[in-house]
Design a binder for this molecule. Structure first.
Ligand SMILES: [Zn+2]
Length: 67
């Protein structure tokens, strides 16, 4: 039988800050940018991050979510 826990562990959805499409957070990364002088995390899909999209005021590393 398939595990019931696997169903409960469904992925969250977030909107990519670059292309405005919704993706599973499993294929997104959080890039740190700056908005109105405050540091902010921008969720971006891996495809956009790999294409070089960076948030305004980006000051950090392209960090993979994989842990
Ligand atoms: Zn994207």
């Amino acid at each position: 039988m398939p595990s019931e826990k696997a169903k409960d562990n469904k992925a969250l959805i977030a909107t990519c800050a670059a292309c405005q499409k919704s993706f599973s957070t499993e294929i997104m990364v959080a890039l740190t940018g700056c908005e109105d002088g405050k540091r902010r995390q921008y969720p971006v899909c891996v495809a956009c991050a790999d294409e070089g999209w960076r948030p305004p005021g980006f000051s950090g590393l392209y960090r993979s979510r994989s842990t």
